[in-house]
Write a protein that binds this ligand. Structure first.
Ligand SMILES: Nc1nc2c(ncn2[C@@H]2O[C@H](COP(=O)(O)OP(=O)(O)OP(=O)(O)O)[C@@H](O)[C@H]2O)c(=O)[nH]1
Length: 749
């Protein structure tokens, strides 16, 4: 950071400088606080047990971010005893004393803002060489002397960065077909356009793959021969990964290969850290991309159909998509396996084979889970790593069940699954409920994500009840704690929550009612799901815009054929119609539409061609004569050719933040999740903030935990098609993750 922005200075002038208020600190103060806090903690660790983090921050602030002074103050104030709550506030000691001290240091300053900082500088000038006084000195110096440093001088000189002629990518290891492309960040960036920037750039932290040399241009646009640097001179050694975020579905024939890659690659968390690192470097550059114009021409459906008749046939059977979520090992895959087995969608011959196979590697308890966990890696590790979905039909309803991974490393995959679901089935392990419910567990995070991505109803299976002898008090304990969290924290309505005691392993209350818990008067899970599907039956609006999210890409039987799998978010489509895929703007005619499903009682998967596909259905669209398949990625959105979606780099959003260790500032990189796309982004503008206490602040430029506000999010890698919350409750929602944690959620305005 080079100094205070005008906004920070305004922030400063408006606040009471004598009282520490983290929420109203300037951005630079925040940075300093969080930079020095670990040093302070190290020095006072274990000695003052009641000196909590908040007090340490106050003390640091009072001591102008001078760690030594702060330690001395702590020692003097709490001499010979542990700090305790009763130590503060004190009239002449403790924090109030320190606050008074800091306050008195401001006395010579009549004004706030920069003047206040300058006044402090006067007082502390000689004695302090660190902290804000130094920052203030720097600001004044910069203002008076103009740009002094090399970097500052660079600000005045346009800089041109030249992309490499040949990209140095690692050679391909095997001739295997490539995985379906995913609309997500990849620093591979082939054929970069030439770009220039006028802001200062720390070249040593610039991704080496992006440039071969850097040329500085003078004011007249002449390249300065003294300022041409080849890449090796810049000393950049940044390693680039080819693929950071990938979304997978399990319906592929090449799933095994892709999941193997999941294990051999760094974990998603590790990737996320690298991604953040890359993002912060990328974020200094403004790449501009040119898009090929769309070729707009509509085509008529292949077959003339009686639309009303087809629509009423489709609507005669409600269609429900549910995702099974929960902490790792809570029994999600086992529950789905049991459901499919008891519905006879998985036959006893298959079950017998799975039992034998799981037995042979000492994992017999996972035999039911193996119905959904199909790859050798998932089976040997006993951990689901990707979402997996299957469809089945009962007499009254059609269902899509989505299994999601519970491990925290695979939360991005779980988010992908939630975006395709109508309701969530949360599985909790009764016997180790606390582990999953604690802050490190995934129970709360999964529920928070589900709520923020528009899941309005939840069935909570209080599972593994067989391990607690069907003790009703265990059930009530879990139910009450979860209800409190769901209703108070996530604002779920009590009527939208259903609790059912289950044993997925033994099949109690899954399809059949359990005989082990006479105290439970409710219905088994499957019956609850049928009721949900009836309640979820939408009134189909013919006029609604056709939008489909791509979840899966497969090569057709011919080279120019492509099969796009996904869920129709709204509207309908027919074979013969021409579609447009955003943001790549590729267009194609739908050759055929296929739906797959198994009937209850039959293990045979039927694939049926459709005259029409409507909202809520999971379908496969076969496209022919695709010119540029590389332009189509998982996560892209499909519309009809005459109804294109606008793709943008910047989204204006309403955001709420939570679980933040450090505030999110303008420019801080994070990962944005929208639909099943994950993409590196940052705030480019924070328009207003509502603090935890409900106060509106239009000046502050950072979002802390429990703050909500309106901000502009800038996409750092390409563009995404924009859909507002008003237009689609599902696609108009976003989630923000940073450092492997979900830290915010919001709506696109
Ligand atoms: N006793 C008992 N064990 C269960 C029950 N449900 C699952 N298990 C066991 O719990 C272990 C984990 O089950 P999974 O179904 O793989 O759990 P999961 O939640 O899908 O795991 P991840 O997807 O990896 O998070 C297996 O050993 C199961 O046999 C149950 O109702 N009772």
């Amino acid at each position: 950071m080079s100094g205070y922005s005008q906004d920070d200075l305004i922030d400063y002038s408006e606040k009471d400088e004598g009282i520490f208020d983290e929420d109203h600190s300037a951005n630079e103060e925040y940075d300093k606080l969080y930079e020095l806090l670990p040093q302070l903690k190290k020095q006072v660790a274990g000695k003052y047990q009641h000196l909590d983090e908040k007090k340490m921050k106050e003390l640091l602030w009072n001591n102008y971010f001078n760690v030594e002074d702060t330690v001395t103050e702590i020692k003097d104030t709490f001499k010979g005893r542990n700090a305790s709550a009763s130590d503060v506030p004190r009239v002449n000691g403790g924090l109030s004393g320190l606050l008074l001290k800091r306050h008195s240091k401001f006395q010579p300053s009549s004004g706030g803002g920069l003047a206040g900082l300058m006044a402090r500088k006067h007082i502390k000038d000689e004695e302090s060489t660190t902290g804000l006084s130094k920052l203030a000195m720097r600001i004044k110096k910069q203002r008076m002397e103009g740009p002094a440093t090399v970097i500052e001088r660079m600000k005045k000189v346009p800089v041109k960065l030249v992309p490499p002629k040949v990209l140095e990518l690692p050679p391909k290891k095997s001739p295997e077909p490539a995985s379906p492309p995913v609309r997500s960040f990849s620093p591979e960036l082939p054929k970069l356009p030439e770009f220039s920037l006028t802001a200062p750039v720390h070249l040593t932290s610039f991704p080496s793959s992006l440039l071969t040399r850097v040329i500085f241009f003078d004011q007249l646009g002449q390249a300065s021969p003294n300022l041409i640097h080849e890449r090796h001179q810049l000393g950049t050694k940044l390693k680039t990964d080819l693929d950071f975020f990938r979304t997978f579905t399990n319906s592929h024939s090449d799933i095994a290969r892709r999941v193997t890659a999941n294990f051999s690659e760094p974990s998603p968390d590790e990737k996320q850290r690298k991604l953040d690192q890359m993002t912060s470097e990328m974020s200094k550059v403004n790449l501009s991309k040119k898009k090929a114009p769309a070729k707009p021409h509509t085509t008529k459906p292949k077959k003339k159909i009686d639309l009303q008749k087809e629509l009423s046939e489709k609507s005669s059977k409600p269609n429900l998509s549910f995702i099974v979520i929960g902490h790792v090992d809570s029994g999600k895959s086992t529950m789905i396996g049991r459901l499919l087995y008891d519905l006879k969608i998985v036959d006893s011959k298959t079950m017998h084979r799975l039992t034998k196979e799981s037995d042979s590697i000492g994992k017999s308890s996972f035999s039911l889970a193996w119905i959904m966990d199909q790859t050798p890696e998932e089976r040997s590790r006993g951990v689901t790593v990707d979402i997996c979905q299957t469809q089945f039909e009962t007499k009254t309803s059609r269902f899509t069940v989505i299994d999601s991974p519970g491990h925290k490393d695979y939360v991005p995959k779980m988010i992908n699954g939630v975006t395709q679901a109508d309701i969530a089935v949360m599985i909790v392990d009764t016997a180790s409920f606390e582990a999953g419910f604690s802050n490190n567990g995934q129970t709360k995070e999964h529920l928070t994500i589900a709520k923020n991505l528009g899941i309005k109803r939840c069935i909570i299976a209080v599972n593994k009840m067989d391990t607690v002898d069907w003790d009703v008090s265990e059930f009530i304990g879990v139910r009450d704690q979860l209800s409190a969290f769901l209703i108070e924290n996530l604002k779920y309505e009590a009527d939208n929550l259903i609790f059912v005691p289950t044993s997925g392993f033994l099949g109690d209350n899954v399809v059949k009612k359990s005989t082990n818990c006479s105290w439970y008067k409710g219905k088994p899970l499957m019956q609850l799901l049928e009721e949900e599907s009836r309640g979820n039956n939408r009134v189909f609006d013919e006029k609604s815009r056709f939008i489909m999210t791509i979840n899966d890409l497969q090569q057709g039987s011919r080279d120019d054929e492509l099969i796009l799998g996904g869920r129709i978010n709204s509207g309908f489509v027919q074979p013969g119609e021409t579609i447009l895929i955003a943001p790549g703007q590729e267009s194609a005619t739908v050759d055929s539409i296929c739906v797959s499903s198994s009937d209850v009682g039959s293990s045979i998967l039927k694939k049926s061609l459709q005259n029409l596909a409507i909202e809520g259905e999971f379908v496969e669209l076969k496209l022919k004569k695709i010119d540029n398949a590389d332009n189509i990625k998982i996560g892209d959105l499909i519309t009809k050719i005459d109804d294109p979606l606008e793709s943008v780099r910047k989204l204006r959003c309403e955001i709420t933040c939570f679980n933040l260790d450090r505030p999110l500032l303008v420019g801080t990189p994070f990962i944005l999740f929208r639909g099943n796309v994950s993409i590196p982004s940052r705030f480019s503008k924070i328009e207003q903030i509502i603090t935890a206490s409900g106060k509106l602040n239009k000046k502050r430029k950072h979002l802390s935990s429990d703050n909500s506000g309106i901000a502009e999010i800038e996409i750092l890698d390409g563009e995404i098609p924009i859909i507002t919350f008003k237009e689609s409750e599902k696609l108009g929602r976003i989630v923000i993750r940073k450092d492997g944690k979900t830290v915010g959620a919001g709506r696109v305005l």
